[in-house]
Design a protein around this ligand. Structure first.
Ligand SMILES: NC(=O)c1ccc[n+]([C@@H]2O[C@H](COP(=O)([O-])OP(=O)(O)OC[C@H]3O[C@@H](n4cnc5c(N)ncnc54)[C@H](O)[C@@H]3O)[C@@H](O)[C@H]2O)c1
Length: 268
């Protein structure tokens, strides 16, 4: 697959993907609000995903889009609506206008954050149960992906990513970690699997303490996770202790995002 447009390429996942998605027949077009220094076989575009005109121009000649740009955390409704919902609409609409045939959308476990732990593993295509405005924006992005697939024939893959980081940062991430190399494997599978249609899959490594979500759909796309958070367990447990499973933070997939601290009337 020739030219891949990556929105939000300056961020954490974009920076992990750049070296891992390089290939002899491939160019990476890196789009972000902030300036980026392109490397070999890369080009950079400084633009906002909320600008449909600029985004359509950036899509021209691209074979696929990896859509990462946005607010990657909970935020006030107006910001989430403007950047994550309107911005994601612009990405799909720009893809349609420019004739890009495939979009891989970075969704999140927070689209289904209120999935109860007693029902783990959460199924592929579990109906949205967002835990925050952020989670709503991911469910809305999944709905846009479905619309642009069923109405316009785009291949649209939504990845409900759990915790993508260089290393797991706490006890919870011993279960939810997605390693940088597995991130590369997952997105590569999404770019190269033939005619995927509309798909929803989870993004997580092969963690010994995992099993919180289904990996069936990710595997059917060609992803095989090779990393495991377990080598980090001794150090993390020595520092943080064993988890208290009666703590409400463990009741749902979304963890801290499901707690009352994020209720609208408790936030400024
Ligand atoms: N990191 C994770 O564990 C994780 C888990 C689930 C989902 N995700 C999703 O994956 C995507 C990437 O996550 P990340 O951790 O790299 O986030 P990040 O915050 O590191 O990167 C986001 C990037 O988007 C850019 N951006 C923000 N608004 C923009 C706009 N209007 N136009 C263009 N660029 C804009 C930012 O400048 C930044 O470089 C996000 O959509 C996030 O919600 C991440």
């Amino acid at each position: 697959m020739g030219t891949i447009l990556i929105t939000g390429a300056a961020g954490s996942i974009g920076s992990m993907l750049r070296p891992r998605l390089r290939g002899p027949e491939r160019r990476l077009r890196l789009l972000d609000l902030v300036p980026l220094e392109p490397g070999p076989a890369e080009e950079a575009v400084q633009a906002s995903i909320t600008d449909l005109r600029e985004l359509t121009a950036a899509c021209t000649g691209a074979d696929a889009i990896i859509h990462l740009a946005g607010i990657a955390d909970e935020a006030p409704w107006d910001k989430i609506a403007e950047v994550n919902i309107q911005g994601t609409y612009c990405v799909f609409e720009a893809a349609r206008r420019a004739g890009v045939s495939r979009v891989v959308f970075a969704s999140s476990n927070h689209a289904v954050g209120f999935s109860p732990a007693v029902d783990f593993p959460v199924a592929d295509y579990a109906f949205p149960a967002p835990d925050t405005y952020y989670g709503v924006s991911k469910a809305s992005g999944e709905a846009l992906a479905a619309l642009y697939h069923y109405r316009y024939g785009l291949d649209a893959i939504c990845l409900r990513i759990l915790s993508c980081a260089e290393r797991p940062k706490g006890v919870r991430e011993l279960s939810t970690w997605l390693s940088p190399d597995d991130t590369g494997r997952l997105f590569e599978a999404c770019l190269t699997t033939p005619r995927p249609g509309f798909r929803v899959a989870y993004g997580v490594s092969a963690n010994t303490r995992g099993g919180w979500v289904s990996l069936d759909e990710a595997r059917s796309l060609g992803y095989e996770p090779l990393d495991d958070a377990e080598p980090f367990a001794a150090e993390i447990l020595a520092r943080d202790g064993e988890p208290d499973l009666s703590d409400p933070v463990h009741a749902y997939l979304g963890g801290t995002f499901t707690l009352p601290a994020l209720d609208a009337d408790r936030r400024s």
